[in-house]
Design a protein around this ligand. Structure first.
Ligand SMILES: *Cc1c(COP(=O)(O)O)cnc(C)c1O
Length: 414
């Protein structure tokens, strides 16, 4: 980056600062990860210069001989990775992917039965502030006291509400969802079934979790969370919906695809097809399980009764009398980055909720395993219990930096 350094030192310095933060910090935001240097090269490439509205072989501008190679590879690798009938790799991110999917198969005013946000659903699944909530009528289903989805209740709701779509998927829910049951309920009421696997796509690609792809009409995802690709989105669907999805992405919702990101997706999908990625996905599950058990040992209340995936949702307020926001700040001070998060039907406010969400995908990419997770759990407990003591927090921070140094990332960058 010597050219950038010379030409724009302010931006250069900020990037170097962020690199250092990523190297020295323990990244435990459940939706983040570290992409490979090969992915970084692809997304930093001259492909960013090209306009290629349309799809391989059917473009609106000339000069597509290389772009078509890139997008075709991305599509074929995505289909192979997930066993999908059709893949659209153009969505700029997860939120647009969902908007594109809704727009492909629904009319304004149609009903979507989706997971309640405080029970783990995503903003794009019906938060009143979103565009999709202005266009469609969302109805939320919840988890029961044991933290499971009550499928009988869901079926009752579906029969009563007659939604055009039943949507599953989450950003903060930690249990395995019964794909077959949800798909069967959708079929019974004549609704389209959609699954948003943004958080767990990498675990599914690595076969550490079962795949929703055979069961749902449409599956959307981000490519930058557990899947460890560039920041972006993707839609997989049954052949029956292929044309509608493609038309809805372009020209329906987006303009030209970001070809440099499509290339990054192709590179990441090839990485995810390798045996090493399956090992990575399995280690994520092992690490999250240890995190759950250790935090329980320290007296933390784990929501939904535990985890089957890559993260835990912890009610820190009920456990330690410390709010989600206070816990986030304390952990920030020791170099562990997490996020405050609502718990189901949270009595506190979204800006200062009861919980925190803690995920292991990024630190697992660095090579951290059970032994490190045990140490990290100890630090998390100590920091939260001593959130008012700058001295203790400083002490722990040194230890966190030291452990991060033993699991280097981006050694040869810049
Ligand atoms: C992250 C996420 C999204 C949104 O992805 P962006 O890339 O931030 O737009 C959508 N759905 C779910 C379930 C997510 O977890």
């Amino acid at each position: 980056m010597s050219i950038l350094k010379k030409q724009d030192s302010k931006i250069y310095k900020a990037i170097v600062g962020e690199l250092k933060r990523q190297q020295e910090g323990m990244e435990m935001i459940a939706s983040e990860n570290y992409v490979s240097e090969a992915v970084l090269e692809a997304i930093g490439s001259i492909l960013t210069n090209k306009y290629s509205e349309g799809y391989p072989g059917k473009r609106y501008y000339g000069g597509q001989e290389y772009i078509d190679v890139v997008e075709t590879l991305a599509i074929e690798r995505a289909k192979e990775l997930f066993g999908a009938q059709h893949a659209n790799v153009q969505p700029h991110s997860g939120a647009p992917a969902n908007m594109i999917a809704y727009n492909a198969v629904l009319k304004p005013g149609d009903k979507i039965l989706g997971m309640d946000l405080s029970h783990g659903g995503h903003l794009t699944h019906g938060h009143p502030m979103t565009l999709s909530a202005n266009i469609y009528k969302f109805i939320g289903y919840k988890t029961d006291a044991k933290g499971k989805i009550d499928y009988k209740e869901l079926e009752k709701m579906a029969i009563k509400e007659k939604p055009q779509m039943i949507l599953a998927g989450f950003s903060a829910y930690t249990r395995q969802i019964n794909y077959k049951k949800i798909a069967a309920i959708a079929k019974k009421v004549g609704a389209i079934s959609m699954f948003d696997m943004a958080h767990i796509a990498g675990l599914i690609a690595g076969k550490a979790l079962p795949s929703p792809v055979p069961h749902f009409d449409i599956v959307t995802t981000t490519t930058h969370k557990t899947l460890r690709g560039p920041r972006g989105g993707m839609i997989l669907c049954k052949e029956k919906f292929a044309k509608a999805i493609d038309k809805s992405a372009f020209p329906g919702f987006q303009g030209g695809p970001h070809d440099q990101v499509v290339a990054g997706k192709a590179v990441a999908f090839a990485e995810a097809l390798k045996p090493a990625f399956a090992k990575y996905a399995k280690q994520i599950i092992l690490n999250a399980k240890v995190l759950e058990l250790e935090l329980k040992k320290y007296g933390f209340k784990i929501m939904f009764g535990g985890t089957d995936n890559h993260m835990v949702l912890v009610d820190v307020f009920a456990s330690k009398g410390v709010s989600g926001k206070e816990a986030e700040i304390a952990l920030d001070k020791i170099g562990i980055t997490i996020n405050k998060n609502m718990i189901p039907d949270d009595p506190r406010s979204p800006m200062d909720p009861s919980g925190v969400r803690i995920g292991v995908p990024a630190i697992t990419t660095r090579g951290m395993k059970e032994k490190e997770i045990r140490k990290i759990s100890e630090w998390i407990n100590r920091a939260i219990e001593n959130h008012a003591s700058e001295e203790i927090l400083k002490e722990i921070h040194k230890e966190v930096i030291s452990m991060c140094g033993k699991f280097p990332i981006y050694k040869n960058l810049m």
